[in-house]
Design a protein around this ligand. Structure first.
Ligand code: ADP
Ligand code: MG
Length: 226
């Protein structure tokens, strides 16, 4: 189980020309390990996550999940893959305002065609794992920013993904709460054996990572195992 990006190039239309957002990027993320992707704004970090998430097809290169090349899959096949194999956490926790914490997680099982009631056990286990067992009946407006981000992370794990992709999860949090969320991501990565990519521009978060990749101008400028 792993995520492998091999020789990925991605361009966007830019007037008459093309802007190269990713330039021959290769990155291997084994399961149960956390790769931090750092780099300045505009360097291509979110583009890298979008390609890994199969949300954007690269111009060239391959994305491999659990040993299978996913680059050639149809739109419907990619949507199915995202539901079952890929957990995605964006910067802002986009929780549904009317649902309680446990319901936010149950909905993910329902979207995947499973019974929300049968998914309750896993939803509770995950809320417990992110330290929110006592908050399962709260709605988003009754939770703090840090708690909402924890629900968001738990939700991403609901369908037992093998890949977890997280984009700057602490940008709306103060430093202490941010550090706690990063520690949580490192722990969940090991416990649930996900191949995790964490985009961050906060260097103090890099200590939790097993691998650090620095992106500059769409290229991996440096890569180190920790
Ligand atoms: P980061 O997440 O590191 O800030 P991005 O991956 O968002 O970087 O962006 C990399 C480059 O690609 C930037 O120059 C950005 O302006 C450009 N870019 C990102 N998304 C698009 C898009 N949808 N269309 C055109 N250009 C884009
Ligand atoms: Mg970004």
């Amino acid at each position: 189980m792993s995520l492998d990006l091999t020789d990925i190039t991605l361009t966007y239309p830019d007037g008459e020309a093309r802007l190269t957002a990713l330039d021959r990027v290769t990155l291997a993320v084994p399961s149960g390990s956390l790769t931090a992707v750092a780099g300045p704004s505009g360097s291509g970090k979110s583009s890298l996550l979008a390609v890994a998430a199969t949300l954007i097809a690269p111009d060239t290169g391959t994305v491999t999940i659990n040993g299978g090349d996913v680059t050639g899959l149809s739109r419907a096949e990619r949507a199915g893959l995202r539901r079952r194999e890929i957990g995605i956490v964006f910067q802002q926790p986009n929780l549904l305002p009317s649902l309680t914490a446990v319901e936010q997680l149950q909905v993910m099982a329902q979207i995947d065609g499973r019974s929300p009631a049968k998914a309750t056990g896993r939803a509770r286990d995950l809320l417990d794992a992110v330290g929110l067992a006592a908050y399962e009946r709260r709605r988003p407006h009754q939770l703090s920013g840090g708690q909402r981000q924890r629900v968001n992370i738990a939700r991403a794990l609901m369908n037992e993904p093998s890949v977890l992709l997280i984009d700057e999860p602490t940008s709306a949090l103060d430093h202490e709460r941010g550090a706690a969320v990063i520690d949580l991501i490192a722990r969940l990565t090991r416990e649930w054996a996900t191949a995790t990519v964490l985009v961050t521009h906060d260097k103090t978060h890099l200590g939790a990572a097993d691998q650090i990749a620095e992106v500059r101008d769409g290229r991996i400028a440096s890569q180190a195992l920790c």
